[in-house]
Design a protein around this ligand. Sequence first.
Ligand SMILES: NC(=O)c1ccc[n+]([C@@H]2O[C@H](COP(=O)([O-])OP(=O)(O)OC[C@H]3O[C@@H](n4cnc5c(N)ncnc54)[C@H](OP(=O)(O)O)[C@@H]3O)[C@@H](O)[C@H]2O)c1
Length: 273
Amino acid sequence: MKPQDETRDHLNRETTTSSPSSLEGTTAIVTGASSGIGEIIAERFAADGANVVICSRDQKNVDAVAKRIEESGGTALAVECDVTDREAVEALVTATVEEFGTVDVLVNNAGTRFMTDFDVISEDEWKTVIDVNLHGTYHCTQAAGKYLKEGGGTVINIGLSSAASQRGTPHLSHYSAAKAAVINLTTTLAYEWAGDDVRVNCIAPGFVATPAIESGLGISAADIDRNDVERWIALPIEIADIAQLLASPASSHIVGETITVDGVPRIEEMPER
Ligand SMILES: NC(=O)c1ccc[n+]([C@@H]2O[C@H](COP(=O)([O-])OP(=O)(O)OC[C@H]3O[C@@H](n4cnc5c(N)ncnc54)[C@H](OP(=O)(O)O)[C@@H]3O)[C@@H](O)[C@H]2O)c1
């Protein structure tokens, strides 16, 4: 069942047969799902009844995740796909439709980043980061658009916390610029596709305890202290839960939003008097 069909049921509470937050029977593509946030989103969606199609640049990486999902009773299809390669993206969408009949949800999660100063960043490095984070989102969304529009659907982009994407991040100029563009695209596309019953939203995390971040910062998920008032690092499941909400009919009136998932806000403190 398409999420929008479910949405209509959801609005008419008396005919509701399932929870509005259920993904039962929907088909979701999650890009960059071989590790980190994407992997946990795929597991979360599958546990909630979605058929998940997971992709990354390496078949064996996604095969391992698909195997785990299947062993837990879920349904997963693993497809090797570099999101910067338009032909590969078209093949990903075709494989999804052949296996499950349509695309209801697209999560543009594949991303890459590395720290470097703007002065020394090479053209290739700049283009690589823009290519994966921004052009990958463009390729996947445009390729899946026809199916998302067929009966309504949702797109979930993964951006970057507002502090970083709006004000910038030292040593990550390429990454911050790409993510700011993804957030901007979210609003524009939400408007353009609203008439086609496709909701487009974005999640903007701060730091999330994924393998890349853990090794870079020397911090692990086990170190996270939820009693710490600073609580500046999220668990991947805390991002996946928001993705689940945005994918489901429970968020039917959330359109074109970027939801920051960044823990306790950092605000100016009053100076001592
Ligand atoms: N972790 C954070 O603190 C944080 C904060 C804000 C936003 N984000 C965003 O959240 C998303 C996930 O981040 P993460 O920390 O989970 O990263 P991660 O652990 O490094 O995972 C990145 C995923 O993207 C895949 N990937 C990379 N390039 C790809 C390409 N060209 N085509 C297809 N797949 C590709 C990787 O798989 P393969 O290597 O197998 O291809 C991997 O599955 C990214 O968009 C990131 O920018 C993360």
